[in-house]
Each structure stands twice: as structure tokens, then as C-alpha cells.
Design a protein around this ligand. Sequence first.
Ligand SMILES: [Zn+2]
Length: 66
Amino acid sequence: MATTDDSFNGMTERCDSCELETIHEVSVQIRTESMKEENAQFSREPYRVSECQRCGNRTSQRMNNA
Ligand SMILES: [Zn+2]
């Protein structure tokens, strides 16, 4: 069941709001982390942001687990 969609950067993922597997638009954001006390250095972390195309719910997660 592999379909190739060339235009839309979409992935099928589970949405917690829909409680379904829905299409998500996935993008990457760079965020500056400055609020952590343990890690005093200001590091820029890439976050993977996915937005449910059904309900608009957004989830983000850090990409590298340093
Ligand atoms: Zn949803």
C-alpha cells in the first residue's frame, strides 16, 4: 500500500484529537531552547512539527535526543 504523492508533504500519522490515522502536514522548525536550567547553553534544536489536516491539531517533537 505504498502510494507516492509528489506534491504534498503529507504523512499518515495518528492524531490524538481525532483518535484516527489522519494526514499530517510535516515541517521542521528550529527553536532556541533557553529555558532549561540543566542545559545552560543556548542550543538550537530542530523540532518536527506535524499538523493534522483533519482537525488542525499540531504536535511537535524534538528531533535529536542529545
Ligand atoms: Zn486530527
